[in-house]
Ligand binder design. Structure first.
Ligand code: G6P
Length: 582
């Protein structure tokens, strides 16, 4: 969701902006734009669409040394050229990530001061307001300090001022922003992936930091004081963002799961390191917060933690957690799960947990992200960059870590599952999907842990194939929705838990009797009568890791459905990878 880039330095700023925007592309966007100084004037190029299209409109003879850029994921106003960033009002040109919640009030105030607006965005209002304040005080530091008490909501801003040819002004509250530092160039970005090809040295901006950045220097202020920021060094390898011959990032990332899962298992079990993980058995109650698939991993975690540690676990959607009555106490644990570590709702949930003195354990993929920094303890899942919007490898690793946390104090040893994963990779998914591609509705059913897996399997399919799908606790189907099952309606049933398999099988018979086309995803230690299904995806039995094995098959199923439907698999419409607004 919305990516910000800024460059000032010895090199071609446009090249840096475009490269940076491409690195941020994975966050999800629908419009793109850049602004730069050329012959002492600010030139803006922006439009709805993809970065490649924008590149065609750029004059290769333009060789600026300073500029800002943006990928926009529409919140206020449709994706179009006018609503795209950068926005420019008076002396100010800026890009923004976040939402200014009180923009309508600010707009009214500005209209009284003769400001006119072209776009539907909150960002244009923010831009005009900064222009309005700056006109009065002619001091950008002061202006950016003043907006802290005027703008309600979240923002990361990168600002150019007419006739101020050498400086980029930056500030943030709620949305992420980092500054990459080289001797004679500086790069500002929403995340590390956009600066890493230029420098490994960077600083993280905290809320209300205000920076003046130029080619040779940078100054960061907070609360009107010049502050010394720690320069961090990014010492991890970021794999080059390429598809490595795969048709899509999603497929590449599904195929990375084998090595990632097995490396993690080898690390903890071959070296006897399970006890190096945090001991969560000491807590009386555990809350798990997350959004989307991260929330779904929490459901699987709940099953394992309750089963092996006998501690009640409450899985909460981070977006609801903020606004509900909470019973968290001082000695409770809140596990915050997030691939990006920047999901606005999850960040807020963590802040609430901290206000209540609960302990926060982050299960995060992105180093030094906001949630990682806010957490008392962090487990990095080390999935590497995940580019496809629909998460696959991060989901599986998050689930694996939740299982490992639940088993930490046991003597259980889990062996490598390389063979099992390869079996799942090698199935002929094109055969399974024949009946799914041209359908409008699909049902997923399961009980207990299998219901939790069906929720993620269902989400994956919806996200990338645009087919409407619903997941149901199998026993609930006949309390209403079985009325939607008709001749040929696809039902995907998950059966990995032998203890309740018979019950799910009864529910499958109910839908089969009504004409459903049944695809079963089942552990191969469970006997299933051929009469009750049309297709079966057989999951090699593994006592602890069936959730991971079965989800990989459903990720592949969704992938091939979406591929057959010619969907934009890596960048599904309307979705963003990193949701940095509430
Ligand atoms: C977005 C993505 C989902 C993701 C969710 C949580 O909605 O589209 O795929 O699961 O955010 O993201 P996080 O980075 O916090 O794991």
């Amino acid at each position: 969701m919305c990516g910000i880039i800024g460059y000032v330095g010895k090199n071609n700023a446009l090249k840096a902006l475009i490269n940076g925007l491409k690195a941020l592309e994975y966050r999800g966007y629908d419009s793109v734009g850049v602004a730069y100084f050329l012959n002492d004037k600010i030139k803006i190029i922006k439009d709805k669409g993809r970065i490649n299209e924008l590149e065609n409109n750029i004059d290769i003879n333009d060789l600026p040394n300073i500029g800002i850029g943006h990928t926009r994921w529409a919140t206020h106003g449709v994706p179009n050229k006018i609503n795209a960033h950068p926005h420019s009002v008076g002396n100010i040109t800026l890009v923004h990530n976040g939402i200014i919640e009180n923009y309508l009030e600010l707009k009214e105030e500005l209209i009284k001061h003769d400001y006119n607006f072209k776009s539907d965005t909150d960002t244009e209002v923010a831009c005009a307001y900064i222009d309005y304040l700056y006109k009065n005080n002619n001091d950008m530091l002061k202006t950016l300090h003043e907006i802290q008490n005027i703008f309600i909501g979240s923002y990361a801003l990168c600002i150019l001022i007419n006739n101020d040819f050498n400086n980029i002004y930056i500030t943030k509250k709620g949305s992420p922003l980092i500054l990459g530092i080289n001797t004679d160039e500086k790069i500002i970005a929403s995340d590390i992936s956009a600066i890493i090809s230029y420098t490994k040295n960077y600083i993280i901006l905290e809320d209300n930091d205000i920076g003046i950045i130029n080619r040779d220097n940078y100054k960061i202020y907070n609360n009107n004081k010049l502050i010394n920021k720690e320069i961090l060094t990014f010492d991890k390898n970021i794999d080059s963002i390429s598809k490595d011959g795969y048709d899509h990032f999603m497929l590449k990332e599904i195929y990375e799961e084998n090595e990632l899962i097995n490396n993690t298992l080898n690390h903890y079990f071959n070296n006897n390191l399970l006890s190096s993980l945090p001991d969560i058995s000491k807590y009386k109650s555990i809350y798990i917060v997350g959004c989307g698939s991260a929330y779904n991993t929490g459901l699987v975690g709940k099953y394992y933690i309750e089963k092996y540690l006998n501690i009640p676990v409450y899985v909460e959607l981070a977006s609801e957690f903020r606004y509900k009555k909470l019973f968290i106490k001082e000695n409770d644990l809140v596990i915050a799960i997030s691939q990006s570590g920047e999901t606005a709702d999850t960040i807020e949930a963590v802040k609430i947990a901290k206000e209540r003195n609960a302990k926060v354990l982050g299960i995060i993929n992105t180093y030094q992200s906001t949630i990682a920094r806010l957490s008392d303890e962090v487990i990095y899942i080390n999935a590497g960059i995940e580019v496809a919007v629909a998460t696959t490898k991060a989901y599986s690793l998050q689930v694996l870590y939740l299982i490992l946390l639940a088993l930490r104090n046991s003597n259980i040893v889990i062996n490598n599952i390389d063979k099992e994963i390869n079996t799942i990779y090698n199935y002929d998914y094109k055969k399974y999907i024949k009946h799914l591609v041209n359908t409008e509705h699909i049902f997923f059913i399961g009980r207990g842990i299998d219901y939790y897996l069906s929720v993620e399997g269902c989400l994956k399919l919806k996200e990338i194939s645009y087919i409407h799908a619903e997941s149901y606790a199998a026993g609930e189907l006949k309390h209403g929705t079985i009325s939607l099952i008709d001749k040929g309606t696809p039902v995907i049933a998950i059966i990995t838990d032998n203890d309740i398999a018979k019950k799910t099988i009864s529910n499958i018979k109910e839908v089969k009797a009504r004409g459903a086309h049944v695809i079963i995803v089942a552990s191969d230690n469970i006997n299933i009568d051929k009469e009750i299904y049309d297709e079966i995806i057989s999951i090699p039995y593994n006592k602890y890791l069936l959730p991971i094995l079965s989800i990989i098959s459903m990720q592949l199923l969704s992938y091939y459905v979406a591929k057959e439907k010619k969907c934009d698999i890596d960048k599904p419409r309307n979705l963003a990878k990193s949701v940095t607004v509430e």
